[in-house]
Design a protein around this ligand. Sequence first.
Ligand code: LRH
Length: 502
Amino acid sequence: MTAVGGPAEPGVVAAVDLGATSGRVILGRIDRGVLQMRHIARFANNPVHTRDGMHWNLLELYREVLLGLAAAEREVPGEIVSVGIDSWGVDYGLFRGDRLLGVPFHYRDVRNDAGVTAVHARISPEELFARNGLQHLNFNTVYQLVVEQQAAGELLSLADRMLLIPDLLNFWLTGKAYSERSNASTTGLLGAKTGEWDLDLAASLGIPRAILPPLIDAGAAVGKLSLDVAARVGRALNVVAVGSHDTASAVAAIPNPGRDFAYVSCGTWGLVGLEIDAPVLSEEARLANFTNEGGVDGRTRFLHNVMGLWLLSESLRFWEPAATDAQRSSLLEELLSDAARVPSGVPVFDVNDPVFLPAGDVPVRIRNWYGTRGERAPESRAEIVRCIIESLAQAFAAAVHEATRLADHDVSVLHIVGVARRMPCCVRPPPIVQDCVWSQAPPRLPRWVTCWCRPAHSARLAVNSKTFARLLSDPHPSPSTCQDRLSVWSNVRFPSQRSCST
Ligand code: LRH
């Protein structure tokens, strides 16, 4: 994809994008500097709870990927030059030879806290951050692997390889086992300064070094589909490593970003921050729970994980456990318009409270959050939705601001990317890319956006949280209301060289 707008136009590529709630197979064709995209397959990614915990339905995902690739090949026979896969970070499968040992755990499984305790008994949070630069999230792979050691019937000692989800799928597709760096950077085992596996850290935590596969960068060839897979897909396609951490790909896909930009990549998670040259490893950054993830082209994503639209999707799941994805989608439509009628100024809650991390009764936990602080809790579903949106908005705004301060990096542009407007449900229209660009206070603000920059002496961006609330909740933002400093693209038009259409 880096060739977009460049001289080499590589033809048709197939992208497999796996999110925590849904996956897609998309064809992309680069034609005279314009990336045209066609959605070939869209499928749900529903976790499965078994007696030992919460798991990804990986076999089903793999089956969908194969079906999607086969459909893509039928769509443009002989034209696909490469396939790339990205997914959420941190989760993995353990292998012995070709055999997958156990069903991969979902990062929201409740087992992780024991791993945190065990890791920090051996290395302090300060030293860990100085080595891996990662925000403390109890599901970082390093904690999960240490939990593996403690489990009854543990599999770590049997394993000869650990593969993160996109690498695992690449392995099933091609028989080649690598670890792509952007996603490896979410494990907690990659040196923040070196970009190499921190083998001493692994050894000190009892994680066998041998399970860590050779690292490769986005853009490297993985291999051809193996014979049996090629027979099912229709042709021996080339698999290429992309920014296999979904956030790496999301940020790499921002059109013409320049260097002084911030982003909100909003889906199940809200990833909010900057792209910079080198990690920020200060104590202040650690205490603010900011992370340094590896980006495409050796860049660093300095960002904060905000709880994201998970709060909405899990609330819907709690309210309507038996509903289909389609039913939940239309319920969401209703709730969003009801929420828009709730008077503004609802009290906000701390969306980043870890209490909201596990699956389950999120609305009850939201009410309790207010209750335990002696505040009036939202009553109706619409009120809860309104509180979620406004609280997310405020957290996004605060994170943009904090990122610029901690990295001492001014920004003049904010890009909002992802399925930001809506809950990530599997039956969604193509993702919306919303891109707000302004380098000075916009002279006239579009109806649905209220953003501003701080006075000129500080080029840092101050973002009104209402901006995000409006962006998230307005069902039909109209491009015609946008002024030249702010454009909305519904995946149809990119006004610039790096263009995209369906
Ligand atoms: C977003 C994401 C995020 C991780 C989380 C597990 O999809 O990759 O960056 O922290 O999932």
